[in-house]
Design a protein around this ligand. Structure first.
Ligand code: SF4
Length: 327
């Protein structure tokens, strides 16, 4: 069976006055039907950019410079905007960090839901209204029949994000791209929203690409995880394997920064240093200036993603560099 979503050697560039900056480089992965793929990394790793490329919302002057994105067997990264808009909403839903990005403050949530439903599904206004109410109910909004007539500002942050989830699911998409869906919310309700997203998508068979900087959220939610660093995937595999035994030194660092019940947050370890800027990506392995296991080869040769155990990892600790033939 072909994958639901295939990202194949995707590169995204930003032309600037001082030259072209490569923000994503050789990013490949797939998502199967009903699967939750977590995409994790620090700010600037390229997670959101990957999500934006998939939903066709790259901010200009950013552009896909090579590679391709397929939904089933259909290539979607080069479609005209009208066709792309049809896919976005109908087949791929999106949830962003700030619910207010997705909601129009001037319209009631009911109007926004009904319009989205009627744009994508052949339903009468009455049926679309009933569907909107049932979507709101399924996301745990109390008194949905009355609240459908309320405006976004009349909802709390958590309730607004529930409305956005209802909106993303309005046309029964096959995939939801959720970019930091709980980061802007109160800590006490973050877990509720993640649980809701997970339960709703599992029950409908909707796949999710869950983008977050929080390895703890991935551990609770995802089936597989892709770890990004400096515009590339550096490790990908089943979440339980990567949590039990991360292979890449960067992933190990991320794992040590997850709070557990018996480790006070003051004992959490941070990875020293910071993500390189796009115009200063180190040669060889981009992580080498921060890596305590770095070897001479790491500063010279870039490790590619290669099969390792059940997943793939890009690190010379796991793959001996191939000797260059002597000329
Ligand atoms: Fe560290 Fe080298 Fe592996 Fe990069 S390739 S993560 S520098 S050991």
């Amino acid at each position: 069976m072909s994958a639901l979503l295939t990202v194949d050697k995707l590169a995204v560039e930003f032309p600037t006055r001082r030259g072209v900056l490569k923000a994503l480089d050789d990013v490949s992965f797939h998502i199967s039907k009903g699967e939750i793929l977590g995409v994790v990394g620090e700010s600037g790793a390229g997670k959101s950019l990957t999500g934006a490329a998939i939903i066709g919302l790259l901010e200009p002057p950013g552009r896909v410079s090579s590679g391709a994105i397929y939904l089933h067997d259909e290539r979607i990264d080069n479609l005209p905007e009208k066709q792309l808009r049809n896919i976005r909403g109908r087949r791929i839903g999106a949830i962003f960090q700030d619910p207010l990005t997705s909601l129009n403050p001037l319209y009631t949530v009911g109007r926004q839901l009904v319009e989205t439903i009627q744009t994508h599904l052949p339903l009468s206004k009455h049926d679309a209204q009933e569907r909107a109410i049932s979507l709101l109910e399924s996301t745990g909004i109390p008194a949905a029949r009355e609240r459908i007539n309320h405006y976004p500002h009349q909802f709390s942050g958590g309730m607004r994000q529930r409305v956005v989830i209802a909106l993303a699911l309005a046309a029964d998409p096959e995939l939801i791209v959720a970019d930091e869906p709980t980061t802007a919310l109160d800590v006490s309700i973050q877990a509720q929203i993640i649980d809701l997203l997970k339960e709703l998508c599992k029950s409908k068979g909707t796949a999710v690409m869950l983008i977050t900087h929080d390895m703890g959220v991935i551990a609770e939610t995802a089936d597989r995880v892709a770890v990004m660093y400096a515009g590339r995937i550096i490790e990908i595999g089943p979440v339980r394997d990567i949590i039990r035994e991360p292979s890449h030194p960067y992933t190990r660092g991320l794992m040590r920064s997850i709070p557990t019940l018996d480790s006070g947050t003051e004992r959490l370890e941070q990875i020293p240093g910071s993500m390189p800027r796009l115009n200063a990506i180190p040669t060889g392995c981009a992580f080498h200036p921060r890596c305590s296991a770095a070897m001479p080869v790491c500063t010279q040769k870039r490790p590619e993603l290669q099969q390792h155990e059940q997943g793939q990892v890009a690190c010379w600790l796991h793959h001996a560099p191939v000797e260059e033939p002597v000329a």
